[in-house]
Design a protein around this ligand. Sequence first.
Ligand SMILES: Nc1nc2c(ncn2[C@@H]2O[C@H](COP(=O)(O)OP(=O)(O)O)[C@@H](O)[C@H]2O)c(=O)[nH]1
Ligand SMILES: *[C@@H]1O[C@H](CO)[C@@H](O)[C@H](O)[C@H]1NC(C)=O
Ligand SMILES: *[C@@H]1O[C@H](CO)[C@@H](O)[C@H](O)[C@H]1NC(C)=O
Ligand SMILES: *[C@@H]1O[C@H](CO)[C@@H](O)[C@H](O)[C@H]1NC(C)=O
Ligand SMILES: [Mg+2]
Length: 425
Amino acid sequence: HSVCGLVAHKFQDGHQLPASNCGSWWRPGQGAEGCLHAKYLLYDVNPPEGFNLRRDVYIRMASLVKTLRKEGDDWVLVLPPWGRLYHWQSPNLHQIRIPWGEFFSLTSLQANVPVIEYEEFIAENGGPFIDHVLVLQNYAEGWTDGKWEEKVDERPCIEKLMYSKDKHGYYRGWFWGYEETRARNVTCLSAQGHASVIAPVLQKNITATSVMLDRAETLLHDHYAGKDYWNTRRSMVFAKHLRLIGDNFRSRHLNSTDETDHTPYSEDWTRMKAKPGSAKGGPYLGVHLRRKDFIWGHREDVPSLKGAVKKIRSLMKKHKLDKVFVATDADDEEMKELKKLLPDMVRFEPSTEDLELFKDGGVAIIDQWICAHARFFIGTSVSTFSFRIHEEREILGFDPKTTYNRFCGDTEKECEQPTHWKIVY
Ligand SMILES: Nc1nc2c(ncn2[C@@H]2O[C@H](COP(=O)(O)OP(=O)(O)O)[C@@H](O)[C@H]2O)c(=O)[nH]1
Ligand SMILES: *[C@@H]1O[C@H](CO)[C@@H](O)[C@H](O)[C@H]1NC(C)=O
Ligand SMILES: *[C@@H]1O[C@H](CO)[C@@H](O)[C@H](O)[C@H]1NC(C)=O
Ligand SMILES: *[C@@H]1O[C@H](CO)[C@@H](O)[C@H](O)[C@H]1NC(C)=O
Ligand SMILES: [Mg+2]
């Protein structure tokens, strides 16, 4: 644990947590071991949501913390441990209570907004107690007069509460698999609007030191694809060990290196500013083929495997690429069919030991990293997994024509292609 006070934290906004002199963060009575943040913002997301939408919700929460800090209080964002995700189905793997540091570079995140891991929060806070959980929800009556307005109100809970009182009067709930975590109070809040609409409530109505927003996806982006959005997105640098595995795979199986591909990467995201079009990418087609729940509903914007392979072959020919890297969540049966249709495809298939080490989340990141370095990329309609690859390629400096492409359904008529979101530096 790095309880603040033992380790100096320096944040990009100039604010620094000193190593020994705790200044205003230190509260008497909390022990001499360290200084403390004044206010902790915790959050969680609707359980069925996957990894890549959760990454999007992080951006909204980081923006909220930036707003809260403008008023002067030393708010810090507590990173919700990863786990129990529906798509993480590898057997015999214990995939809960995974800290963010296993997937992302914490120092990179911290250069954008102050963040700490949940276990650091427990240490700083002196125990697994959260003062107040606000369960976010919409308004029971919907939008009145069909008119959109931003608002927040304390309201009775609409859905059955996912928290229950124990015999000591504390609230128990999922809390990322930390069974000993308890909340002192749980109330519901109807909210409609951008993440920062609830800033005044957190600043004025709630006096608690630690506040958790559950169902945080209820709040919208403060300014989608604006400068703050991109700063936060750029700070979400993948953990170095995962990038190294991806780079190794690129060089061994795809003849792809940063030098030959013109994709130099800086460990410090604040120094990354690649010129659009400067990246060339490795000599392979990158494919993200989303299956499972995307085909069960027989959506018309998702192709059959045959249709996808036909498109892959035509793209390889058009761009004179003789290799194709495929990232997919296809089940065993579909995988067999795909291998028959596209025997020469390259895939990242981790050994049992590697899977144990990286877990399903790490393997997905490696897939994304390899797709992000392809000369040409094609993804799946409205998949946030594909969207995160678009952003990564934008950061690396690819020509948008090589990035914002998606498969069309076999019988889809108007196959609208993904939107190009340009980085604001
Ligand atoms: N390794 C790997 N996992 C994938 C791939 N596509 C989907 N998945 C898994 O399925 C999940 C999809 O959920 P999500 O991240 O919400 O993206 P979305 O549902 O496509 O918008 C991912 O987080 C991965 O766990 C893939 O190409 N490679
Ligand atoms: C916050 O406090 C103000 C002023 O006391 C009150 O009008 C408002 O309804 C409160 N909002 C919430 C969400 O509790
Ligand atoms: C819980 O929070 C609500 C809303 O802020 C407040 O009215 C109530 O008094 C709190 N309950 C306890 C036990 O602190
Ligand atoms: C790998 O790429 C380099 C140029 O980037 C090329 O000269 C070389 O022939 C390629 N090797 C193979 C095996 O394709
Ligand atoms: Mg999803």
